[in-house]
Design a protein around this ligand. Structure first.
Ligand code: ATP
Ligand code: MG
Ligand code: FE
Length: 337
């Protein structure tokens, strides 16, 4: 089954061709990051306009690189939520137009279920059930993946997402958007024990909270500024990252143990974080768990992951029609068509 996948939920215009959910024939990503950097974050209106400009080019590139035409394609998969409504609509409309004119089956995909499916591409042997820690710009979720299309949310952030905290802390110490990768790099030059930031473990259950940690970092920076004291940004980056990683690893291990799950996967942009990878793989080794982890390019937004998730949706007979619409707040496991 050859799937053409389209992803436009945020600031990446992406298309890919994926065969049988795991074999990536092309994975084209046109990133708009440079355009948003000067505003310190994604500007929805600019994102929509850039998607319109790039979408046809990206789709054609994906087909060309895969050495296929639309006539070879068995289904079209498209992200229809969650995300920015104007951004999502560009992909949804493009997918519907192709599906309609070429009479190709259409499948709607949940963006986060796509992030989770990136693990199927990276690890061809991986099958559910497993536990997935989803850490991205908008999500921090512990998800029990019971089957390809069956999810149970075991815990989630009560305020900021991990990636959001990264980006906000980065801005406070003078790093440009997106700050996650920059803090990650900078933390390698700092001392992770230098500053003690609060962990905000939320003792009961598996929920997260990152706004307290974020505020603690901002307060630290501001009070130093007021006292005209120098700050060591590398130490701040390293200490912040160390705290985030410890919280994520501790909760994930506790849940896996409680549920008797031995397979653990990471997903989303923050899964590209080197500290998280190291911390998680050490902890998994200690507990005898197996860790699954997509490569960097599959962690951040891309369409190959959407092609993988679309394949398993397609297999179970899920078909969207011309009424498919963007759903900005689509919940994990929810079907809105
Ligand atoms: P969502 O997937 O929740 O809709 P999104 O698509 O905007 O949100 P992703 O593209 O999955 O998010 O991830 C982007 C986020 O990942 C940004 O917050 C970015 O700072 C963060 N990120 C990327 N690389 C790293 C890294 N190496 N360390 C920490 N954070 C990172
Ligand atoms: Mg992005
Ligand atoms: Fe994403």
């Amino acid at each position: 089954t050859k799937i053409l996948a389209i992803e436009t939920s945020c600031d990446e215009t992406a298309a890919a061709v994926v065969v049988n959910g795991r074999d990536v024939r092309s994975n084209i990503i046109a990133t708009q990051i440079d355009l948003h950097t000067k505003y310190g974050g994604v500007v929805p209106e600019i994102a929509s306009r850039m998607h319109v400009e790039k979408i046809n080019y990206v789709i054609n590139e994906a087909l060309e690189k895969a050495e296929m035409t639309l006539d070879d394609i068995d289904a079209i998969g498209v992200t229809y939520g969650p995300g920015l409504v104007g951004a999502l609509l560009v992909g949804v409309v493009a997918a519907k137009a192709l599906a309609f004119t070429k009479n190709i089956p259409l499948v709607g995909v949940h963006h986060i279920e796509g992030h989770i499916a990136a693990n199927y591409i990276q690890h061809p042997e991986l099958e559910p059930p497993f536990l997935c820690l989803v850490v991205s710009g908008g999500h921090t979720h512990l998800v029990k993946v019971k089957d390809y299309n069956e999810y149970e949310i075991m815990g989630k952030t009560r305020d900021d997402a991990a990636g959001e905290a990264y980006d906000k802390v980065a801005r406070a110490i003078g790093l440009a958007y997106p700050g996650g990768p920059k803090i990650d790099a900078l933390s390698k030059e700092g001392n992770k024990e230098a500053i003690k930031f609060p962990k905000a473990m939320i003792s009961d259950g598996y929920d997260f909270s990152f706004s307290g940690l974020k505020s603690a970092v901002l307060n630290y920076v501001n009070s130093a500024k007021m006292k005209d004291e120098p700050i060591n940004v590398a130490d701040i980056a390293a200490s912040f990252q160390h705290t985030v990683v410890e919280v994520l690893v501790t909760k994930t291990m506790a849940l896996a143990k409680a549920e008797g799950i031995t397979k653990i996967a990471l997903a989303g942009g923050v899964a590209a974080n080197s500290g998280l990878c190291e911390g998680m793989s050490e902890a998994c080794k200690k507990h005898g768990f197996t860790l699954y982890h997509p490569s960097k390019i599959l962690c951040t937004d891309n369409a190959a992951m959407i092609g993988s998730a679309a394949y398993y949706e397609y297999l179970r007979g899920s078909r969207a029609d011309m009424t498919l619409n963007a759903v900005p707040n689509l919940a994990i496991g929810q079907k809105a068509y």
